[in-house]
Each structure stands twice: as C-alpha cells, then as structure tokens.
Write a protein that binds this ligand. Sequence first.
Ligand code: CUA
Length: 353
Amino acid sequence: MDDRERVQKDEAKGPPEEDPRIAGEKHPVARMIAIGVVASLVGIAIALLIDWFPEPASKSASDIDRLYDVLLICSVPVFVLVMTIAIYSVVRFRAKPGDMGDGPPIHGNAKLEVFWVTVPFIMVTLLAIYGWYELDNIEAKQKNEMVVNVTGQQFTWTFEYPEEKVQTKELVLPVNRAIEFKIHSKDVIHSFWVPQFRLKSDAVPGLTTRIRLTPDKEGNYEVVCAELCGLGHSTMRQFVRVVPAGEFQSWLSDQKKAAGGGGAAAPSGEELFTSSGCAGCHTLAAAGATAKVGPDLGKLDDASDAFIRKSIVDPNAQIEKGYKPDVMPQNFGSDLSKEELDALVKYLLESQE
Ligand code: CUA
C-alpha cells in the first residue's frame, strides 16, 4: 500500500468516533440546536416588538405590514440559526494554544447539504408567491379611481388633478377614494414616498410610473423624496392632507377659482416662485421661503432685471461665492413662458430687502 492509498483509506473511515475537543460532552449537536431554537424565538419576539413603520393610513397598509411580519418570522430564525452554529463552532472547536496540526479530514454530509438547499429554496419560493399575490392585489385597478399626477423636480413636488385641471404644491386626497398616482420627473430620479401609505415609487425622467392606493385615515402626512437627487434632496418634503370627500370637493373648487375661474389669468410672480420650485432651494423673506441650498434671493448683490433674468435662464453664468455650479436646474429657460419669466423677475425685483 503506497502513501496515497493509505491516505484514501484513512479518509474513508471519516473523522474519529470522538473529537477530543468535545470529549465527555453529552449531545453536543442537540445542545447547539436547543440554543439555536431558543435564540430564534427571542429573535422573532424582538423583531415583532419593534415598531418598524409609522401608523398605517391606506387600505393596503395592513396587508403590507402582515407580509413584512411573515418575512421577519421566516428570516430571523435562519439568521439566528446560522449565527448560533457559527459562534458555537468558533467557541467549542477552536484550536488549543500551540496546536498547529490540520483538523480531521471531513467528506461532507449529503443529507445535510440536501436539507440546507431544499428548505431555503422552498421557503424563498413560497415567500415570492405570497409577495407576488399581495403585489397583484395592490396593483389591481379599482372602481371609481381618481388620477393624480405627481411631478418631481429638483427640489419640489407638484401635484395635478387632470380632470379638474388643478395644480398644487400641497397634496389633498379624499378619504376612502381609490387613487392612481402617475409619477413623472422633470430632471433626475426622485422617489415619491408617503411612509404612512407604505407605497413608494421612483420618479424617472422619460417614464411614467404608477402607484394605486386608497387612503383610509384622515390626517396630515409627509410626502418624502426617498432617492438622493442632489444638494436639496433632504428639503424635498411636502404634505399630504387626507380629508372627508365633501371637504375635498370644496378645496378643489377653491383651487379652481384661485387658478382663474375660467378667465385663466396668468399666475403671479409669487405663485410662480412657489410652483416652479424656487422655494425648495432659496430663501426669500417675501415668500416665506427659508431653504438654504442656493443664495438668499431677497439679498441680491446685483438687483438688476438683466442679472436676475440671466441667473434663472442660465444659472451657471455667474455663481455666487460659496455656492457650486450645476446645482440649479437649467431648464427654467424652456419651462417658463416669456410672460412667466417677466412676472418672476418683476416679483424678485420687488422682493429685495
Ligand atoms: Cu428628489 Cu431626493
């Protein structure tokens, strides 16, 4: 018998009957599993006790929360079991000081490998089917839906009620009415998110993304941008107000009247300042704007018509000390009409302190 054959023969015998490092210990594997089960139960209890989300305020929120709890109940024991075995092995089977030898040769364990491939595969498949089923319910078309267009731009949200031709900065929704949000972006990727509604969708330039939901609790919630979109990302927050249906209708007709009531008067400079998103980045005392991404527009060094006009249309032409180029969107020249630009410039000239 040469050396190679001897080694193969030894390997075939497998590890010695008793590993000296756990000699005398009764049921080491059973003990490890028991520790794992107890740790899993503690882990699940902690995971379920944590308040992961704010108060739910839409019809699908309870289904989404349940799905999340099921995911926690399935994934926490897997995580805890793997960590328990890893930590247990590190502690129990560590080498004695000075032991430089190899460990016993191990051939693997077919039964164990089949087990740890099959069980996670079945778990993940069932969870995927459950998730798909819930998503299908959430995305299903509802009766009597109201469309609301949502537009993100650096750094503000604009909401439009297309049937009523009303555009606002505040999102107002009637309670218990199905809404279909059509989400757009004018510049970079933003993400439209109301944590209490649980649903979130990216606003992608050139695409229309959609969310369907039914608010079912009156109140004020925050609309948050959840995608890093530039310096003013953290200021891209507005409000959604969920109100009774009657109150919504009267709010809507007020908005319609304010927008011109048929006469379609041009928006004032002050309205343009807010609706174009200037307030998302700039301070202007006259408009109650306090953002600090860009310079204070009430304290311009050069308060001339030409300078203000140039700075809106071509913001990189002259950069105020302490500020960076390419932060302000460069599409205002094309987005604002000649009349709108005139009104905005006039308003800024009048708003100097
Ligand atoms: Cu828009 Cu972040």
